[in-house]
Design a protein around this ligand. Structure first.
Ligand code: ZN
Length: 150
């Protein structure tokens, strides 16, 4: 199943898993949210520093499988400097991509997760950080769990 493209995607995921970007706590955060995926044991906490509707800074900490860490890392890279609306739009694209494999519009580097739909057990790992960022943007204080998703 690993053709050249998948191989490249795998390398990006491994790179972000081993050296996650923006992996630190943020004392100056204006919002934070926790995500938990009990099926896999992934746990993460996301920090946002909002400047109006724009994400001025974003970081995360946590532990989990390679997919969940790489997904959170790539999410923080994407979301920095973006608006709430940009992130909501991308959440919809990523959700569609990891559940069905359909890539709609430009998803940039996040395309590395397009293959995840072939592994249903991994879908929640890939989407966890996205649920957390949506909760943080909404200002939900309650931790999000992938189990609340039907
Ligand atoms: Zn996982």
């Amino acid at each position: 199943m690993f053709d050249e493209l998948n191989d490249l995607y795998q390398q990006v995921i491994l790179d972000h898993c081993k050296q996650p970007r923006n992996f630190h706590e943020m004392p100056a955060a204006t919002r934070s949210a926790q995500g938990h995926n009990p099926l896999c044991g992934d746990q993460l906490k996301l920090f946002l520093a909002l400047d109006g509707d724009t994400i001025g800074d974003i970081s995360f900490v946590g532990s989990g499988c390679c997919i969940s860490k790489a997904s959170a890392s790539l999410l923080t890279e994407f979301a920095k400097g973006k608006t709430k609306a940009d992130v909501e739009k991308m959440f919809a694209r990523v959700h569609e991509m990891v559940t069905t494999g359909n890539v709609q519009g430009d998803v940039g580097k996040l395309a590395v997760f397009a293959g995840v739909h072939k592994f249903p057990a991994r879908v929640k790992c890939a989407i966890l950080a996205w649920h957390a960022v949506m909760a943080a943007l909404k200002g939900d204080a309650k931790p999000v769990t992938t189990e609340s998703e039907s």
